[in-house]
Unconditional design. Structure first.
Length: 309
C-alpha cells in the first residue's frame, strides 16, 4: 500500500510536468527513481503478454505487465491531468516567469542527479552528452513542418509527444506547441472530445510501443552511454525554461495560435527594461532554489535506481 501511494504521487508529478511546455514527465520519473522500471513495464505490452496469460492466467498476466506498478502510476497521472494540470496551465498563463523559474531549478538539478549516478564513464560519452543537447535544441524547430499533415497530424503528434515524454529533458508538450497542437489537445482532453482523444491516443500507443522498446534495449546493452545521452537531453532543454526571455520569431498555426520559433535570452535587468514587466528576481531565484533542493533531496533517496545493471 505504501509503494502504491508513493507511485500515485510520482505519477501526479509526471502528469503536472507533462502539462508544461518545456518540462518532461520523464524527468520526474528519472529523478524519483522509477524511470527504468517504467520503460521496461511499457515494453512488456505485446505478444508476450498473451503467452503469459495462456500459461499462468490473469495472475500471470498481471505480473508480466507489472500492473502493481503501472496502475497506481497511471491513476496519479490521470488525477493530475484533471486537477493539478489545470492549476499548472493557469499559472503558465498568469505567472509564466515564476513557473519557469521553478522548473528551471528542477530540471537543472535533474541533470546533476543523472550524471552523478553514471558508472563506467568514458571520455567518448562527452559526444553523447553533446548529441543529446543538440537534439533537444533541434527537435522543436523541426515540428512546425508537420503542421500540414491534416487528419494524420493528431496521430503523428501523439506518437512524437508520447515518445518525447518518455525522454527526460524533451518536452512532449513543447513539441505539441511547436506543431500547433498544444491548445487543441489540451482543450480536447478538458472537454472530453472522444474523437480527438482517440486519434491522439492511437498515436500515443504507436509511440509507446516503439520508443519504450528502443530505450529498454539501450539500457540493457549501453546503460552508462544511454544515461549520458539522456543527461544531454535534460541540459539541452534548460534554455526553454529560462524565465527572462523574449520571443523574437513565431508563426501562426491553423487555428491562429502562436507557435514560438525563437527566443532571445536576457538578464533580469534587461528583461525588465525591454519588456516593461517586472523581473521578479528574488521570487524567481527563490523558486529556482526550491526546485533544486526538491530534486536533489528526492534524487538522493532514489540512488539505487541508477546503478549499473
Amino acid at each position: 500500500m505504501k509503494r502504491a501511494l508513493s507511485l500515485f504521487f510520482k505519477g501526479a508529478g509526471m502528469g503536472a510536468a507533462d502539462a508544461v511546455p518545456g518540462v518532461s514527465g520523464g524527468t520526474i520519473a528519472f529523478v524519483t527513481g522509477i524511470y527504468e522500471e517504467l520503460i521496461d513495464t511499457i515494453r512488456r505490452f505485446g505478444p508476450a503478454g498473451y503467452a503469459a496469460w495462456r500459461r499462468d492466467g490473469l495472475r500471470g498476466l498481471a505480473e508480466h505487465l507489472n500492473l502493481a506498478f503501472l496502475i497506481p502510476l497511471l491513476l496519479g497521472i490521470g488525477a493530475s491531468l484533471v486537477s493539478i494540470a489545470h492549476l499548472v496551465t493557469y499559472l503558465m498563463d498568469n505567472q509564466p516567469l515564476l513557473l519557469n523559474a521553478f522548473f528551471f531549478g528542477l530540471v537543472l538539478a535533474s541533470a546533476v542527479v543523472v550524471t552523478r549516478h553514471i558508472n563506467g564513464w568514458r571520455l567518448w560519452h562527452v559526444l553523447l552528452l553533446a548529441l543529446g543537447m543538440l537534439l533537444a535544441q533541434l527537435l522543436p524547430g523541426l515540428m512546425p513542418a508537420l503542421s500540414g499533415l491534416g487528419a494524420l497530424q493528431l496521430v503523428v503528434g501523439g506518437a512524437i509527444a508520447i515518445s518525447a515524454m518518455l525522454l527526460p529533458g524533451v518536452s512532449g508538450s513543447f513539441l505539441l506547441l511547436s506543431m500547433g497542437l498544444y491548445g487543441t489537445v489540451m482543450t480536447g482532453i478538458k472537454s472530453l472530445d472522444i474523437g480527438l482523444i482517440l486519434q491522439f491516443g492511437i498515436g500515443c500507443l504507436i509511440g509507446l510501443a516503439t520508443c519504450s522498446r528502443l530505450l529498454a534495449w539501450l539500457f540493457r546493452h549501453h546503460h552508462a552511454a544511454t544515461l549520458q545521452l539522456l543527461a544531454g537531453f535534460i541540459v539541452g532543454s534548460l534554455p526553454l525554461l529560462w524565465p527572462w526571455r523574449e520571443m523574437t520569431r513565431y508563426q501562426l498555426g491553423a487555428e491562429q495560435q502562436i507557435i514560438p520559433l525563437d527566443y532571445r535570452f536576457l538578464w533580469p535587468d534587461d528583461y525588465a527594461a525591454l519588456t516593461g514587466e517586472p523581473a521578479q528576481l528574488w521570487s524567481a531565484l527563490a523558486l529556482m532554489a526550491c526546485g533544486l533542493v526538491l530534486v536533489l533531496v528526492v534524487g538522493e533517496r532514489s540512488t539505487s535506481s541508477f546503478k549499473e545493471h
